[in-house]
Design a protein around this ligand. Structure first.
Ligand code: 13P
Length: 252
């Protein structure tokens, strides 16, 4: 169901004590706000997920994971399964983040397997797509994003596809302080929705939540979120500061 959402991707940041403090402060801040049915998802490092789901039980945010291995159990040293996530009340998992594509060589087929394994276990994938700067400068950004969607998502049937969340994260905007303009974000989000409409029909495309990610902060969030096809944000650096993150949530 299309919903406005702010999700925080903490990446590999915070000690346990710091994470506990941040999550408690965010929970307290959310208690004071009227979320109007909008969603807040926090994706801490895996070690802190149980602490986060404990706090979430009494709060207005939900918990997501940053990564998963596409098998329910087995000899995969160091990995975490979608079943483990589900059993800890983790509702979401980021898939296809550009950092995992780049640093861990995760390819489209592997991402497709993760999407399938998550959906099989009732965990919603937050699927990231986005082009690099050279790809945009060469005018290939639409094709790149479309290819990423086709390769890892378009095998899904309509019922499964309608459960997922998409995050458009132009790689050149991630952690750089250079966000996509509201026009660039809207243009790509509208393109994504249009391609999905072509594949799954207008109703499913209109119902899909598409988040923007990449140097989104308290200053630019309201402008980005005001665009008709931008349904909120996937926030990195700015999700690590309580006040800034709460201001972004208030911008929905
Ligand atoms: P920044 O908000 O730090 O640019 O990171 C965005 C991101 O990668 C969220 O997944």
């Amino acid at each position: 169901m299309r919903k406005k959402i702010v999700a925080g991707n903490w990446k590999m940041n915070k000690t346990f004590e710091e994470a506990e403090e941040l999550i408690t402060e965010i929970a307290d801040g959310l208690d004071e706000m009227d979320l109007n049915g909008h969603g807040v998802i926090l994706c801490p490092p895996a070690l802190y997920i149980e602490m986060a789901t404990d706090v979430a039980e009494e709060s207005l945010f939900e918990v997501g994971a940053q990564n998963v291995y596409p098998a329910d159990s087995g000899a995969f040293t160091g990995e975490i399964s979608p079943l483990m996530l589900k059993k800890l009340n983790v509702g979401y998992c980021i898939v296809g983040h550009s950092e995992r594509r780049k640093y861990f060589q995760e390819d489209a087929l592997f991402l497709k397997q993760k999407v399938d394994a998550l959906l099989r276990n009732g965990v919603i994938p937050i699927f990231c797509c986005g082009e690099t700067l050279p790809e945009r400068e060469a005018g290939n950004h639409f094709r790149i994003v479309e290819d990423q969607l086709i390769a890892s998502l378009f095998h899904l049937d309509a019922a499964d596809f309608s459960k997922i969340i998409i995050a458009y994260e132009p790689v050149w905007a991630i952690g750089t302080g250079v966000n996509a303009t509201k026009e660039q974000a809207q243009e790509m989000h509208a393109f994504i929705r249009e391609r999905i409409s072509g594949k799954y029909g207008v109703a499913i495309a209109q119902d899909l939540t598409i988040l923007y990610g990449g140097s989104c902060n308290a200053k630019n969030a309201a402008e980005l979120f005001s665009q008709p096809d931008v349904d909120g944000g996937l926030i990195g650096g700015a999700s690590l500061k309580t006040e800034e993150f709460l201001q972004i949530v208030a911008s929905l």
